[in-house]
Design a protein around this ligand. Structure first.
Ligand SMILES: Nc1ncnc2c1ncn2[C@@H]1O[C@H](COP(=O)(O)OP(=O)(O)O)[C@@H](O)[C@H]1O
Ligand SMILES: [Mg+2]
Ligand SMILES: [Zn+2]
Length: 520
């Protein structure tokens, strides 16, 4: 088997270390000024360069290059032997497996011997937080009076587990997570040099998944590159298991369609197919979280194939962020369902509750939420829905025909089909269908159908040209009457009794369409 990519790509020069500039600069300067400390503590997330920097330092202090600013040179005998893992005065100890006091004592006993090859003997103690308390105490003794030829470099991912007594003896450096963009750049460079083909989005996805750890990113790339195929985002998702399953998509589709039965069937089918209940619930939550990101306009933070992106876009447009949040909470409850792993009841309840809530659009009363819904990128919007909408500009129709059949229509007739209208619009635009549900038929005023809404937000929303057009067309289909439509705000707010706080709960409820039935 060939060498792991992350090892192969371990920086051999200070300048190759990515994103830990401050640490590199300080260590480099210490070498040049010949003021290297005897104990260092490198802390930070895994795969950010701690061992790498420790080795570079070991190499630099033993490098034979006459110019200190060129150390490590990678050309002298010492540098070469460090690079080839045969330098005798570099001792790497994994505290995870050598955590006892005996291990540290052994180290202490040997420490007084002079280096056999270089000027310094370097001890790198990895995962130092794993040492037992007696081992820490023994180490402390060594750190208190280190021989001039010894340099300790302790590395840990868990700085909070290091005793203060040890901390105080060391010069400390905190390694930072590597920025995503820097990881992507590095992966790209490795791909070029290793002749690996990869979609840019795949590299971005890898970088995101590795959350700042360069080693994880390179390892994942390595794993994906083994079969020699071009690395696609689909492959990344398969390996990571992050692709939303069809079951998840179907469940959300059922919720949007308000078809609880279909949703329940989907759950059952997924479970029959071997899916784990809580895992399925988690996947639904993750999916909804991504839908929220879409709704906030942060599509670029979601790693999915273009096919799934299209579906997510539809779902993101079919729901308001408030609805998405509500549904997300319901499914989240199912992920921690106390009934235990095998019962699907929690998940089923989530589907039913998600569907059964009365018109969720009404929940959305905050202007901020409303604003955000405007954001989705135009180019990505709604391919399916657009196909269904006749692109006739709204005004044309209104001017041309007032009543296609020449017949007149009464508000009662419209009222009789209002519910049908809701269902007619739903497949095309569930949000609008919800709006239609929450609107009240007021009157036909000078040939215009007037619908009233409880709040300005709902009214403004319904009054968008595309919504008016869809509604008008749907009404025409039902009654063969072509009526321009206009939304107004109902007087419910102003109608509140004067002693009721205008910004209180009752006012809010009234805004949401509630009526005061009794005052006690
Ligand atoms: N800052 C970095 N710059 C460049 N490569 C890095 C960096 N950090 C980690 N790597 C890559 O990840 C591998 C493992 O890094 P390492 O230094 O062992 O991480 P750790 O912080 O866990 O000790 C390195 O061999 C290198 O390929
Ligand atoms: Mg390490
Ligand atoms: Zn050298």
């Amino acid at each position: 088997m060939s060498e792991a990519l992350y090892r192969k790509w371990r920086p051999k020069l200070w300048d190759e270390v990515i994103s830990q500039e401050h640490i590199v600069r300080t260590l480099k300067n210490a070498v040049v000024a010949d003021r290297v400390a005897h104990a260092y503590l490198f802390s930070g997330p895994r795969g950010t360069g701690k061992t790498t920097a420790a080795r570079l330092l070991a190499k630099a202090v033993n490098c034979l290059n006459p110019d200190p600013s060129k150390r490590p040179c990678n050309e002298c005998e010492h540098c070469k032997s460090v690079n080839e893992n045969r330098f005798m005065d570099l001792v790497e100890i994994d505290a995870a497996s050598n955590n006892g006091v005996d291990d540290v004592r052994e180290l202490r006993d040997k420490i007084n011997f002079s280096p056999s090859q270089g000027q310094y003997r370097i001890y790198i103690i990895d995962e130092v937080h794993m040492l037992s308390t007696p081992a820490f105490n023994a180490l402390l003794k060594t750190l208190e009076e280190p021989p001039a030829h010894a340099i300790f470099i302790l590395a840990t991912t868990e700085i909070h587990k290091i005793p203060a007594t040890v901390l105080s003896r060391c010069q400390r450096f905190e390694f930072q997570r590597v920025q995503m963009a820097d990881i992507v750049k590095h992966l790209k460079a490795i791909c070029e040099k290793e002749n690996i083909q990869a979609e840019p989005e795949a590299l971005i996805s890898i970088a995101r998944q590795s959350s700042g750890g360069m080693r994880d990113a390179i390892s994942l790339l390595d794993q994906l590159a083994t079969n020699g195929e071009k690395i696609t985002i689909g492959m990344v998702q398969t390996v990571l298991g992050t692709a939303p399953s069809q079951a998840v998509i179907n469940i959300i589709q059922a919720v949007i369609d308000m078809e609880a039965g279909t949703g329940l069937n989907q759950i059952q089918a997924a479970l029959d197919g071997g899916a784990d209940v809580q895992n399925l619930a988690k996947q639904v939550v993750e999916y909804l979280r991504n839908i929220l990101l879409f709704q906030m306009g942060n599509n670029d933070q979601v790693d999915v194939t273009s096919e799934i992106r299209t579906v997510m876009n539809l779902h993101a447009n079919a729901l308001t962020s408030a609805e998405t949040l509500r549904i997300l909470r319901l499914f989240n409850a199912a992920t921690t369902d106390s009934r235990g792993g095998s019962s699907s009841l929690g998940l089923e309840l989530a589907v039913v509750e998600a569907v059964e809530q009365p018109s969720p659009v009404v929940v959305q009363t905050q202007a901020a939420v409303y604003e955000r819904r405007e954001k989705p990128v135009e180019a990505e919007k709604q391919p399916v829905r657009q196909e269904k909408i006749d692109p006739t500009p709204p005004n044309q129709g209104i001017k041309q025909v007032k009543s296609a059949t020449g017949s007149t229509v009464t508000i009662e007739q419209i009222s009789a089909v209002w519910k049908q209208l809701h269902f007619a619009v739903k497949p095309q635009d569930p949000t609008l269908a919800g709006l239609i549900n929450s609107g009240k038929l007021l009157e036909i005023r000078e040939g215009v159908l007037i619908i009233s809404f409880a709040s300005e937000i709902l009214q403004g929303r319904f009054n968008r040209p595309e919504n008016l057009e869809i509604t008008r067309k749907a009404l025409f289909e039902l009654l063969k009457v072509d009526l321009p439509i206009q939304a107004v705000v109902s007087g419910s707010k102003n109608a509140l009794p004067s002693h009721i706080k205008q910004d209180g709960m009752v006012a809010a409820a009234s805004q949401l369409g509630g009526e005061i039935v009794d005052i006690q």
